[in-house]
Write a protein that binds this ligand. Sequence first.
Ligand code: SF4
Ligand code: SF4
Length: 378
Amino acid sequence: MEYRNLPNSDCMVSTIGIGSGSLRESGPREIEKIVSYGMENGINLIDTVMSDNKAAEPIALALKGRREEMVMQIHLGAVYPGGTYTRVRPFSKLKEGFENELKKYGTDYADIGLIHYVDDVSDFEAIMSGGIFDYALRLKEEGTIRHLGFSSHSPEISRLFIETGEIDVFMFSLNAAYDFEPSGGRLVLSRERAELYRECEKQGVGITVMKPYCGGQLLNEKTSPLYHRMTIPQCIRYALDRPAVLSCLPGIRSMKDLEEALGYYSASDGDCDYSFIGGLPHRDVHGICIYCGHCQPCPAGIDIASVNKYLDLAKSGDELAVDHYMTLNKNAEDCTGCGSCEKNCPFQVEVRERMKEACELFSTVKTGNWKAQSTGIF
Ligand code: SF4
Ligand code: SF4
């Protein structure tokens, strides 16, 4: 295991951490085992945002009596009314939600406290003027938050936060698909993003990475925004090579996912080499779902990230995705077209169109025409 230093302290974090967003795909006992196994293998960083509340209790059980061994990244503004992830802003709800998060994990502090998912300027300004930032600063002063930060998908917002001079660390969506852009007929590193990383390094602000595999899309030739498959060691090495990056937190669904991530440490330099990226053509990542769940809650009760994921898997030829889709309590057929998800999505996904596409594709299963019709689709 490798460790890097959290800015402004002597705390070290493992260069691979656990993203909890998809842990619910395992059962409670398995989740507890995954977290314990990660810790036995040196992982000491976990992010606690998840698409529903199911993994919280098993995580808390795994950390019982071992809280000091884990650096917990807990968000201000991610709450779970009725068990489902929701982003909140009214100060009173955000405060109550953060206090509940601490209680849930049987702790009275967050090693890293992040103001959750800030992607536009009006939201940033409301956070600064509406008491949320002051509250976060007070929490840090009294020791309830030990390192202060935010989570974002936006370089512009990240810069605004960093300019306050109060930020120790932030969580940022970072991978080769987001970082590279076309220029002169080839892919080059986005100047805006490269400058952000360098500025963070200069100012001693750390980055923890979400979406290092682009929601799994980079791992599959058919779904990769680069039109080229990257391996897990390549994705992790890519993220860890960026200036200021401390740790990479892939979404872990199962023990297998964790073992594959840990496999990075035994991969050779050749296995981690990602230098081929510079010669690749580019596909616009605008509108591609990466299953982050930020579009929740859906008034119709649809788990939008799961519908999108099973749709993409089915389109890339994974027939098991059909079974998974069929086990969802609510699915694309329940979509009312209200559009609230599209306002919340940071990646401009046309969710309503995706729901229509899912209805069409999966309806072939119900009518018994799956094989006949799927041949063309896959
Ligand atoms: S639709 Fe957007 S917000 Fe929802 S899971 Fe996909 S990328 Fe995330
Ligand atoms: S448009 Fe459909 S999927 Fe999106 S929030 Fe409304 S009901 Fe849910």
